[in-house]
Design a protein around this ligand. Structure first.
Ligand SMILES: C[N+](C)(C)CCCC[C@H](N)C(=O)O
Ligand SMILES: O=C(O)CCC(=O)C(=O)O
Length: 388
């Protein structure tokens, strides 16, 4: 089965490819080839080639794992004389006879497919960045039309989806979640029932979630090294007034920032801000997602001017990004009611809550992102899978 799959994938890849020329260039090979008739060139380091050898002594096919531990890679990635590099007569394979006598054979399609730098636009083809105008409302799936495919496609594309028609109980919500994706457990518990009036059944933590004030756009768990991948909410008892859920596509906001202020975008991409959760336990982690409330003290003070100006640069960038995330044109508001369960990609979509009056009871959980992506991948085509 493994050989069949490997051959079929490499045959489909190799049809339109032909090696044209191979030239030694320091510790690399300059390989020119034709890709569907168009000339193309790649510089392939010898160490990269040796590291990607798929001979039986270097690659374990039953588990798709490499056998090399790289402890002697550079020494073994040497060749003696240009006659040690050749092509097969069909110009489809590159043959290298290494200094230790080992022979590697590389199919051009395999090497280019694996090694050529991927560009991000393939993922853009799947992710549908949105604002209030382009999306209009959170995608909804009636329980009777629910499938892993409809759930996965919406959650990957938009980062948020609501499933309607669910019984308004914690039990039914938990059952729904478990039917879709394994839970991501944290110290908050595997599945939560919470409200603004803590009781024994609804334990409260020292967090604004357990109050009735407004909470602005944020992602959860920025203080965990394993930030929860998906967040689920089901409102079992709506408040008398307020308590709406507001969601924002932070990738769309990041796109706006990058277009309007590329320097701020770069600053935020390159500045890691520590977050923490302070209570009986103290959790801290560095994180790239957005939660202005759970940021730890920003330890950037020193005697140097440059660290002060670096911090000011960060604050200017963070302020601009936060303003974009708080722009109501980038937000969708949902009044969650019993029966409607919202699933949020916690790495992408920010959630917030409007202030409310009266008693409000919620339930939900975090779901495992890795498990979700493994289930979602089959519904997306080839290249995109690498990004999920
Ligand atoms: C468990 N439950 C979701 C109810 C509340 C958890 C508090 C989440 C915290 N505000 C954060 O942003 O990480
Ligand atoms: O109460 C809500 O609707 C959301 C609370 C919240 O933001 C959170 O738990 O992270």
């Amino acid at each position: 089965m493994f050989v069949q799959r490997r051959l079929s994938s490499s045959i489909t890849r190799v049809i339109g490819w032909n090696f044209k020329n191979i030239r030694s260039k320091n510790d690399s090979l300059e390989v020119t080839f034709e890709e569907d008739g168009k000339p193309s060139k790649l510089i392939m380091p010898l160490a990269w080639l040796r590291d990607h050898c798929t001979s039986k002594t270097h690659y374990h096919y039953p588990t798709n794992q490499r056998k090399s531990n790289c402890t002697d890679l550079m020494n073994l990635s040497r060749i003696e004389g240009s006659d040690k590099i050749s092509m097969d007569q069909n110009q489809k394979s590159l043959i290298i006879d290494w200094i230790d006598g080992h022979r590697s054979v590389f199919e051009i399609g395999d090497v280019v497919g694996k090694g050529r730098k991927k560009k991000g636009e393939k993922m853009d083809g799947v992710l549908k960045l949105w604002d209030s105008k382009t999306l209009g409302g959170v995608p909804r799936i009636e329980k009777s039309n629910l499938s892993l495919q409809s759930f996965s496609e919406n959650l990957v594309k938009y980062g948020v989806v609501i499933i309607d028609g669910i019984e308004g109980t914690a039990e039914a919500t938990e059952k729904l979640c478990q039917s879709l994706v394994p839970v991501h457990d944290t110290f908050f518990g595997q599945f939560w029932v919470f409200s603004n009036s803590a009781t024994q059944d609804e334990p409260a933590y020292e967090d604004t979630a357990y109050g009735n004030e407004e909470i602005g756009p944020h992602t959860d768990g920025t203080y965990f090294n394993q930030t929860p991948g998906i967040q689920v909410f089901h409102c079992l008892t709506p408040a008398n007034v307020g308590g709406d859920t507001v969601v924002v596509d932070s990738f769309h906001c990041a796109q706006i920032l990058k277009n309007k202020h590329p320097e701020h975008f770069e600053t935020l991409c390159n500045t890691k801000i520590a977050h923490h959760y302070l209570e009986g336990l103290r959790l801290a982690a560095r994180s790239k997602v957005f939660n202005p409330y759970d940021r730890a003290p920003y330890s950037c003070l020193s005697s140097s001017e440059s660290s002060a100006s670096g911090a000011i640069k960060f604050y200017e960038a963070y302020q601009e990004f936060s303003r974009i995330c708080h722009d109501h044109l980038n937000a969708l508001t949902v009044s969650l009611r019993p029966g409607s369960v919202i699933f949020i990609d916690n790495f992408r979509v920010l959630h917030s809550r409007t202030a409310f009056q009266g008693y409000r009871k919620m339930c939900g959980c975090y779901l495992s992102r890795d498990n979700f992506m493994a289930k979602a991948r089959p519904f997306f085509d080839g290249n995109v899978k690498e990004f999920l």
